[in-house]
Write a protein that binds this ligand. Structure first.
Ligand code: SF4
Length: 244
């Protein structure tokens, strides 16, 4: 085992496998969009695939909408936003998307150790704060897709990205590093020792300001610390992980 595996991880065994990251399937080139197309991000193959396991998920296909299918939009309704067909707003798929999100997120744990999720921006199912709500009306604003919004509520600690956040090598490097750290922490399961983890990653990343020893603040602190390090500092850290 390399020097870095022994010294960078609380659980060196977690470095043996690539961290697991879910992704909107269309971003990985799967032809699942409403028109049978995709939105493949070519640079993911070069920058992310050597380090991460990317698992493709298309919630609209998974709830049985098929390809091709009618386009969807998000509208405000009395009891919250709804995802409906553009041409027939009576066709409402919100509940199916929410149920699918619930069943997906119930799997997270040691046997589905998800460390991050990459979503397609602006999608009525997958967008994270970028989806047009009430599009093309005076009441338009932005919100999240039904599936992505439910994932965020179910697992507020899970780092969420859209493909537009990952357009530079530096941003991809930050994601890789965060996923390795998340995997290391997730491995601890119910035995999470926040103090030990904090001390470990504080040594690695410099001082981390964390108010309580549970996972979510630590991950937020790690992410904030990575941002504060700037491009050069992040690059140096990621290089350490790359030689694992
Ligand atoms: S944005 Fe989401 S729902 Fe739409 S095609 Fe891509 S994976 Fe499927």
């Amino acid at each position: 085992m390399s020097y870095w595996r022994r010294h960078l991880f609380l659980h060196p065994e977690t470095a043996e496998q690539q961290p697991l990251v879910a992704s909107s399937a269309c971003l990985l080139g799967e032809p699942v969009r409403h028109d049978g197309g995709h939105k493949q991000q070519d640079h993911f193959e070069q920058l992310l695939l050597p380090h991460l396991q990317l698992q493709a998920i298309c919630p609209e296909v998974s709830i049985g909408l098929g390809v091709p299918r009618p386009t969807l939009k998000v509208i405000d309704a009395d009891f919250g936003p709804r995802v409906v067909q553009v041409l027939d707003p009576n066709e409402d798929v919100t509940d199916a998307l929410l149920d699918y999100a619930d069943s997906t997120m119930r799997k997270i744990g040691r046997f589905w150790p998800l460390t991050a999720y990459i979503f397609k921006a602006r999608s009525p199912s997958c967008g994270v704060d970028t989806t047009p709500v009430n599009p093309d009306t005076p009441l338009q604003h932005h919100g999240s897709g039904a599936f992505a919004g439910r994932v965020r509520r179910s697992a507020p600690w899970l780092p969420l990205y859209e493909e537009e956040d990952l357009q530079t090598e530096s941003a991809c490097a930050e994601l890789i590093l965060l996923c390795f750290i998340c995997r290391d922490i997730l491995w601890q399961g119910g035995n999470w020792d926040g103090g030990r983890g904090l001390a470990h990653y504080s040594r690695l990343l410099g001082e981390l300001s964390v108010p309580s020893p549970d996972r979510m603040p630590l991950w937020e602190a790690v992410r904030a610390r990575l941002s504060a390090l700037g491009k050069d500092g992040r690059g140096e850290l990621v290089e350490q992980y790359r030689v694992l």
